[in-house]
Design a protein around this ligand. Structure first.
Ligand code: HEM
Ligand code: HEM
Length: 270
């Protein structure tokens, strides 16, 4: 596992920071705010930040890096697609419940809907996320699209996935700031009460988590090796696939070895 060391260190940090962010948002709504309930009041609103951070940020981050985990490279590509898609669908469900909570709260309290930049960016992110899931399932999971369509769509899928994740984080930071400005009355946000400091730290944790996930997901040398390469290594020396894979991945001259393998074969494995 020598060559995976920097990856594993960053992965550990990403997971730890993301997990601490979830604990922070839980403490925010339970300790500093009113708690949780489904009653049309402030307690119902609190599901919104809790599920947004837990689902739309933490879980989505995990779903994005799941292909990169070296111990999953012995699993079939289909299995990994199901895990990636499944985690994204779970993320989607939590994000939708989080939206239902805030819309219901607004309707019961007679607060207008969709007036803020936060809500516009947030809703756009959910719509794009839905589209990404539908296209991802239709193109990569169902055995209907030809290889060249899969290959052509892959860079778009990866870019839009990272773009949506970044947009969700930007939206969360706006939402947090709004809530602190609305919610802190005496003392006010500008007077830096303990809740303001605590939640500002939550915003920093979310930002650092996003940066770590984006870094991990954009390192070409940490990509899952192509099926062809894994298959070759497996057949030539089954007992040492892990070690050989490490070497093969780290010593590749081509930063996009998988796409190279696909080009040579004239087919895709996505
Ligand atoms: C409202 C999306 C995270 C605070 C809204 C609304 C949407 C939305 C669409 C409009 C609801 C309506 O008009 O009835 C999102 C998304 C998030 C997210 C996609 C994913 C990260 C957060 C977080 C907070 C937050 C972490 C922190 C407390 C608020 C507040 C409102 C709101 C205070 C009511 C005011 C407004 O409409 O801007 N959110 N939100 N949001 N959200 Fe979020
Ligand atoms: C790869 C995001 C849904 C199939 C990726 C990557 C991202 C991403 C960022 C690049 C990962 C990497 O380079 O290691 C998303 C998001 C989704 C979503 C945000 C949901 C909104 C889906 C679905 C499928 C799918 C439903 C269907 C199976 C794939 C495949 C790869 C991929 C096959 C290539 C993995 C590789 O390079 O080996 N996705 N994805 N995605 N995604 Fe998705």
């Amino acid at each position: 596992m020598e060559n995976h060391r920097p990856f594993l260190v960053l992965l550990f940090f990403a997971f730890a920071v993301g997990f601490i962010a979830v604990v922070f948002v839980l403490r925010w709504v339970l300790h500093f705010r009113e708690g949780l309930a489904w009653d049309g009041g402030a307690k119902e609103f609190n599901w919104h930040p809790l599920l947004a951070v837990t689902g739309f940020i933490f879980l989505q981050g995990i779903a994005i890096v799941v292909y990169r985990l070296p111990w999953t490279w012995k699993c079939s590509k289909l299995m990994m697609k199901l895990i990636h898609a499944g985690l994204n669908v779970l993320t989607f469900i939590l994000a939708v419940i989080s939206l239902v909570a805030v819309f219901d709260f607004h309707n019961v309290q007679n607060i207008p809907n969709m007036y803020s930049l936060h809500s516009w960016v947030g809703l756009a992110a959910i719509i794009l996320f839905t589209l990404q899931i539908v296209l991802g399932v239709c193109i990569f999971l169902l055995p209907v699209s030809p290889g060249y369509v899969r290959a052509a769509f892959m860079p778009i899928h990866v870019f839009s996935g990272l773009f949506i994740f970044t947009t969700v984080i930007a939206s969360a930071l706006m939402g947090i700031t709004e809530k602190l400005i609305f919610g802190l009355k005496d003392p006010k946000y500008k007077d830096s009460p303990p809740e303001a400091i605590f939640v500002n730290v939550l915003g920093l944790l979310i930002t650092v988590f996003g940066a770590l996930i984006l870094w991990i997901a954009t390192r070409p040398s940490w990509k899952r090796p192509s099926e062809q390469l894994l298959h070759t290594l497996h057949n030539s020396e089954p007992a040492s696939v892990g070690t050989k894979t490490d070497t093969a991945v780290s010593e590749r001259p081509d930063p996009q070895p998988n796409s190279e393998a696909r080009r040579r074969n004239g087919k895709t494995e996505e």
